[in-house]
Design a protein around this ligand. Sequence first.
Ligand SMILES: Nc1ncnc2c1ncn2[C@@H]1O[C@H](COP(=O)(O)OP(=O)(O)O)[C@@H](O)[C@H]1O
Ligand SMILES: CC(=O)N[C@@H](CCC(=O)OP(=O)(O)O)C(=O)O
Length: 264
Amino acid sequence: MKEKLYIIKIGGALIDDEELLNQFLEQFSGINEKKILVHGGGKLATMLADKLGIEQKMVNGRRITDKDTLDIVTMVYAGGINKNIVEKLQQKKCNAIGFSGADGNLIKAKKREHAEIDFGFVGDINKKSVNRKLLSKLLKLGLVPVFSAITHDKKGNLFNTNADTIASVMAQALSSKYEVELLYCFDKEGVLEDVNNPESVIKSVSEKEFSVLKEQGKLHKGILPKLENALGAIKNNVNKVFLIKETQLKNHIENHHAGTEICL
Ligand SMILES: Nc1ncnc2c1ncn2[C@@H]1O[C@H](COP(=O)(O)OP(=O)(O)O)[C@@H](O)[C@H]1O
Ligand SMILES: CC(=O)N[C@@H](CCC(=O)OP(=O)(O)O)C(=O)O
């Protein structure tokens, strides 16, 4: 039987809230199985760019990343946020080690090509991009990898890559060796029938149901790329995929099923 591995993604809203982040990391530290944390931080990057007067633009859930923006996201994601999370986990006796995709050549990306839009330093990845061997060795050593949303091409370029995509692709890449459960932790209770009603959680979403919800106009903004990445994982042999509220991590792991399960 394959060993269990949790790959857990956290995003902007949580990272920006010191108390909530601490609570979450406490629950994360308590997981006894092997685990990897992937974090975004888009909200903080936008705040810093605004302060510096560098205009930000998102297209299809991806940040147009010019050189100034790349400098900002590298500082914010691979620097401040990553080290802050690692330090907090260390304090909770969890032996975390922080990485960008360039470290140990752990995630190699290709510049995003698009016929009409120049995304700048945005990197696309697939499951072959992930250095599975090294990641498995790190996990075997009992280390807990913490990934920022920065990748590289091994040709001298750093890239900005959507953190939901990193979590999905990493889960796909490690599924041949581990029984992977991918958890997207965010600020809502799951996928909601009505985004303003926390009690309207949809218990499971398949590709077909995703299309219907989209057509009905019930999904907008960040939930769209999140669901696309979640469906990409379940279609590529990831054992289990859930979208849950960040405060529900412990409950989900102990009682098996908070939030929305993604199905084939
Ligand atoms: N039907 C829906 N159910 C849940 N969230 C939704 C829905 N429609 C839109 N959203 C929005 O998607 C957001 C999650 O995406 P995002 O902000 O990108 O998360 P993160 O930064 O954690 O990756 C929610 O905070 C919510 O505002
Ligand atoms: C290319 C691209 O868009 N990258 C994302 C990476 C950070 C991220 O995904 O952060 P959240 O998970 O907090 O939204 C961005 O710069 O916003």
